[in-house]
Design a protein around this ligand. Structure first.
Ligand code: GUN
Length: 291
């Protein structure tokens, strides 16, 4: 069994991006600039956004953080998005999800200029992705592709079972792995809450991508010997022995599954850190496209 070390790989990629930014700076080019909009005080969202801003600083990007309280109206938020769309200093921006219930996330996503949509959530980017056209790929699936590529994991002709059909992970992941590309060329089964005998489906997988948000859901009885196991789950479970009062647990029961897997991603330190590097890569791309 080999651990796919997302933390280390993310650092390698960040170092590569930093080198590129140093070069851009030396040549007097435009420094990529990412803006993040954070609404409310969801602790996980705050932590993710803080991490994104810190990573921008590390690679030498410019970053702008716009923080608004949970009471902001949808109209006000849409105005901020319009301003970011128009602001030529900003290459790309994200609106951290989830948003408070009174704000329509679809409306917000649709308001973002696809050319600045470095999250890859706008239907224009999603549609381009589905057709194999140049686009911004969504951060988590893009990070997983990077892992498969850099660890030279053969995906061609393999049976991949994706668990969870969200717009930001499961559905795009299923499309990307079935594309005629490398990584790709998988036969994909996209499973969800209505799937009959989910355990039996997962057991057929050469590659498992677990993205359902249920702690330790995938047990050893669901995993074929030698399977590649990608765990997207970041679940907070209570743990009074920790100072924070919680610990992070994936969707896969790591201890039970690790011995069976050929490759496995840990939580934390697996897919999570890769999502930030994807965002940085998309921002670098947005900045280049503007030139
Ligand atoms: N919430 C959870 N994941 C993401 C992400 O990749 N981007 C944004 N904007 N919000 C998220």
């Amino acid at each position: 069994m080999k651990i796919i070390d997302g933390k280390q790989l993310a650092q390698t990629i960040k170092n590569e991006i930093k080198e590129e930014v140093d070069q851009i700076r030396a040549e007097g080019g435009n420094i990529p600039h990412l803006a993040a909009v954070l609404v409310g005080d969801n602790p996980a969202s705050r932590s993710y956004v803080r991490n994104k801003v810190r990573s921008c600083e590390f690679v030498g990007f410019e970053s702008t953080l716009i923080q608004k309280d949970a009471g902001i109206s949808e109209e006000e938020l849409l105005e901020i998005i319009d301003e970011l769309n128009e602001n030529e200093d900003i290459d790309g921006f994200i609106v951290q999800l989830p948003l408070p219930d009174h704000i329509d996330e679809t409306k917000v996503t649709l308001a973002i200029d696809p050319k600045k949509d470095v999250d890859g959530f706008h239907p224009v980017n999603f549609g381009r992705m589905a057709q194999g056209l140049d686009c911004f790929l969504p951060a988590t699936p893009y990070g997983i592709l990077q892992m498969l590529e850099r660890y030279k994991i053969d995906t061609s002709g393999k049976h991949c079972v994706v668990i969870g059909r969200s717009n930001i992970v499961g559905t795009p992941m299923s499309i990307l792995l079935s594309r005629k590309a490398n990584p790709g060329n998988c036969t994909v089964t996209l499973t969800h809450s209505r799937t009959k005998d989910l355990g039996a489906e997962i057991l057929r997988a050469d590659i498992i991508v677990a993205a359902i948000g249920i702690p330790n859901f995938v047990g050893s009885d669901m995993v074929k010997e030698g399977a590649v196991v990608i765990d997207v789950g970041i679940n907070r479970v209570e743990d009074e022995t920790r100072k924070s009062g919680y610990r992070l647990v994936g969707d896969v029961d790591f201890d039970a599954v690790a011995d069976k897997a050929s490759y496995i991603t840990p939580v934390p330190g697996g897919v999570g850190p890769m999502t930030v590097t994807s965002l940085l890569m998309n921002t670098l791309k947005a900045s280049r496209l503007k030139q």
